[in-house]
Ligand binder design. Sequence first.
Ligand SMILES: *[C@@H]1O[C@H](CO)[C@@H](O)[C@H](O)[C@H]1NC(C)=O
Ligand SMILES: *[C@@H]1O[C@H](CO)[C@@H](O)[C@H](O)[C@H]1NC(C)=O
Ligand SMILES: *[C@@H]1O[C@H](CO)[C@@H](O)[C@H](O)[C@H]1NC(C)=O
Ligand SMILES: *[C@@H]1O[C@H](CO)[C@@H](O)[C@H](O)[C@H]1NC(C)=O
Ligand SMILES: *[C@@H]1O[C@H](CO)[C@@H](O)[C@H](O)[C@H]1NC(C)=O
Ligand SMILES: *[C@@H]1O[C@H](CO)[C@@H](O)[C@H](O)[C@H]1NC(C)=O
Ligand SMILES: *[C@@H]1O[C@H](CO)[C@@H](O)[C@H](O)[C@H]1NC(C)=O
Ligand SMILES: *[C@@H]1O[C@H](CO)[C@@H](O)[C@H](O)[C@H]1NC(C)=O
Ligand SMILES: *[C@@H]1O[C@H](CO)[C@@H](O)[C@H](O)[C@H]1NC(C)=O
Ligand SMILES: *[C@@H]1O[C@H](CO)[C@@H](O)[C@H](O)[C@H]1NC(C)=O
Length: 596
Amino acid sequence: MRSLSGLPLLAFLSVLSVANAHGWLLGHQKSSFPEPNYSGTFGDFASFVSHMKEIAKKRDVDLLLVDTGDLHDDAYLSSCIYEGTGLIDGYPAGGIDAHDANEFFKKLPYDVLAIGNHELYTYNNTLDMYKNFAPRFNGRYLSSNVNITVVNEHGQLQSVPVGSRFAKFKTRKGKQVTALGVLYNFTGNDKNTTVQKVADMVKEAWFADAIKAEPDFFLLTGLVLIYDSGLWNRHMPIARDNWPLVYNAIRAIHPLTPILILGGHTHIRNCLQMDGRSMSLESGRYMETIGWMSAKLDKKGSTKNITFSRRYLDPNRVTFEYHTQRNVHNFDTSSGQSIDSGLEKLSKKFDLSFQFGTAPHDFTISQSPYPSNNSLLSLFIENAVPVALAINNTRASIPNIMITNSGSQRFDVYAGPFTKNDQLTASPFADAFLYIADIPASIAKQVLPTLNKAGSNQRRELEEREREMYGRGHVDTVYMRWLEEMDKRNDGIDRRAAQNLTLGYVTADSCPGVGDDTPHAPLPFFSSPPFIGSQVPNVSDDTPIDLVFVDFIQAQLLQILNSVQTSKSYTTGDVKTYSPILANAALGLYAQKVWN
Ligand SMILES: *[C@@H]1O[C@H](CO)[C@@H](O)[C@H](O)[C@H]1NC(C)=O
Ligand SMILES: *[C@@H]1O[C@H](CO)[C@@H](O)[C@H](O)[C@H]1NC(C)=O
Ligand SMILES: *[C@@H]1O[C@H](CO)[C@@H](O)[C@H](O)[C@H]1NC(C)=O
Ligand SMILES: *[C@@H]1O[C@H](CO)[C@@H](O)[C@H](O)[C@H]1NC(C)=O
Ligand SMILES: *[C@@H]1O[C@H](CO)[C@@H](O)[C@H](O)[C@H]1NC(C)=O
Ligand SMILES: *[C@@H]1O[C@H](CO)[C@@H](O)[C@H](O)[C@H]1NC(C)=O
Ligand SMILES: *[C@@H]1O[C@H](CO)[C@@H](O)[C@H](O)[C@H]1NC(C)=O
Ligand SMILES: *[C@@H]1O[C@H](CO)[C@@H](O)[C@H](O)[C@H]1NC(C)=O
Ligand SMILES: *[C@@H]1O[C@H](CO)[C@@H](O)[C@H](O)[C@H]1NC(C)=O
Ligand SMILES: *[C@@H]1O[C@H](CO)[C@@H](O)[C@H](O)[C@H]1NC(C)=O
C-alpha cells in the first residue's frame, strides 16, 4: 500500500523536515486510528535520521535535516495558542516551558532550524532559546526577523537576533547554501521580543548583502505557505502570508537559482511551486508528518525545470524501518534509545501518566457531529464541566446553563486511560468560570443560540477576527478547513467504507504526483458552532437561573445578553466567579468521578 520504495527517495539532494512538533516527542500513544500511524517517538526519528544519513553517504548524495520551529507551547495569553503535550507543558511551577524537552533536539544533527511564533509568547522562553538552545547549533538556529532585548556586558539594554539572521554553509558534497529563517508577520509576541515585518526585513542592508552572492541553492524556513487548493481558499485572503516577499526579493536578483522552502505554522500537509526551479513544502503538525523534499540540482545557469519530489511520511516504526531497509532487530541506534529513555524519565518527573480514569470510547472534536455521544465538545460542556463545577460549590443546586467556546478543546480524547498528559493535550486552557445570577430561564436559553447566530451572521467581523487571531498565532481555522475539504473531496463515508484503508490524511496539494507516503481514507469531518453549551434545565420560563461562562468570552456574552432582553443592562459588575476550578481541570475531575 505504499506509493514509493525507500531508496529512490535518496537519488538527489534531499531534505527531511519536521514542523510544529509541539512536544509530541513520545509519539502518539493511543490505539484508536489514526493515532498508531503517528506512533513514532523522537528516539525512533533520531534512529531514522541516522540511518538515512548513512544511506545518503553511501550513495554519495546530500541529506539535510531541518526544523521549522514551534517547539514550545505556551499558555501565557490563555487564548488560542496553547497546544502541546505534557512533555513541554507539564513542567512544575517556576520552570521554563519546553526547556527540558528541547535538550533532546540538541542531540540531532540539524543543518538548519528556524524560530517559531510559539517561542515568543513568553520572554523567558525566548531568552532560554537565545541563551541555551541557539548556541548548540553554531549559527544554524535562524531568526532572520526576530530579536530579543537583553542586557549587554555594559549593563545596557540591547536588541539582538535570537539566533542568527542567516547562515551560509557548504553541504557534505560541497554545495553552497544560503539559509534564512523568517517568521511571518506575527503580532502576539511578548514585550522585549521584536518581530520585524517581512516587508521591512527585505529592505534591510544585511538582507541584501546576505542574498547578493549566488549560492548553489537558497533554503528558506519558517514561513507560512499559502494553502492554495480547493474549497476554502476563496475565503482566505492571502495577503497575510508574507513568504512571497522573500521569494520575490531573491528572484529579483537570482531568477534561476534553486530555492527550497520549508514552511511551517498552519499545521497542514502542503506543497506548491512558484516556478519550476523552486518548491515549498509544509510538513503538518504534532509529529504526525515527516516532510521529505528531494531536488536534482543542475548546473548553474540552467533554465530548465528542476526535478523535484516530495513526500509526507507517517512517522511510525513501520515507515521508518521500511525506508531504511531495517527491521525490528537492527533499527534502533543507541542514541535513539537514550533519547527515548530520557523522554520517559521526563514524563515520569512530570507525572504525566497519572491516570484520572478510563475513557469508555473515543471523543473527538471533528470526527463526530456536535452534539453527540462521541463528541468531545458535548462531553466537555454537557458532562465534564457541570460535574466538575458542582464540586464544593454552594450554587450547585441552582439550575444553570454553562457556555464556552468550541475552540477550548484542542485534541481528541481516545478510548483507554485518561492521564495528566491527555488532559494537558485535550483541554489546556486555564480559563476561569464566571456567572451572572438570577437570569430568567427564558432569557438564559436564548443566549447560546444568539451567540452562535451572531457568529455566523457577522461574517465580515468574523473574518476580521480570524485575521487577527491568525496574526496572533491561531492556526486552527486553516487546519479545520483542510480537514473539511479532505472529507468533501473524498465523498465522505461511502467511499471510505469501500476502501480497506486506515484513517488519516489524504493530501491534495498543488505539486505533481502523489504526496502521501502511506495512502489513507480521510477522517470524517463535522463542523461545530463557535460556542457550545450545557443542557437547558427543565424549569419554567420565569425560574431565575445561573448563566455560567468562561472568562474568555465575557465581552461577547454580555453584549448578547443585553441584546436578548431590555429589562436590565448587564455589566461586568454583575459578573462573579462561579468556582475556583479552571477549565483545564474539568475533564480530569470528571474522569475521576465518572470514569473510575
Ligand atoms: C498505518 O496505516 C497502514 C494502513 O494505511 C497500516 O497498514 C499500518 O499498519 C499502520 N501503521 C502502524 C504503525 O500502525
Ligand atoms: C522569568 O525568569 C525570571 C528569572 O528566572 C523569574 O524571576 C521570572 O519570574 C520569570 N518570569 C515569568 C513570567 O515566568
Ligand atoms: C535586531 O538586532 C540588531 C543587532 O543588534 C539591530 O541592529 C536591529 O536593529 C534589531 N532589529 C530590530 C527590528 O529590532
Ligand atoms: C525589558 O527588559 C528590561 C530588562 O529586564 C526591563 O527593564 C524593561 O522594563 C523591559 N521592558 C518592558 C517593556 O517590559
Ligand atoms: C502585519 O501586521 C500588522 C499588524 O497587525 C498589520 O498592520 C500589517 O498590515 C501586516 N502586514 C502584512 C504585510 O500583512
Ligand atoms: C516548469 O514548471 C512550471 C511550474 O511548476 C510549470 O508551470 C511549467 O509548465 C514547467 N515547464 C516545463 C517545460 O515542464
Ligand atoms: C447516548 O448516550 C445516552 C446515555 O448514555 C444513551 O441513552 C443513548 O442511547 C446514546 N445515544 C446513542 C445514539 O448512542
Ligand atoms: C472539595 O473540598 C474538599 C474538602 O474541603 C477538598 O478536600 C477537595 O480537594 C475539594 N475539591 C476540589 C476539586 O477542590
Ligand atoms: C477489502 O477487504 C475485503 C476482505 O478482506 C475484500 O473482500 C475486499 O475486496 C477489499 N476491498 C478492497 C477495495 O480492497
Ligand atoms: C420537565 O418537567 C415537567 C414538570 O416537572 C415534567 O412533566 C416533564 O416530564 C419534564 N421533561 C423532561 C424532558 O424531563
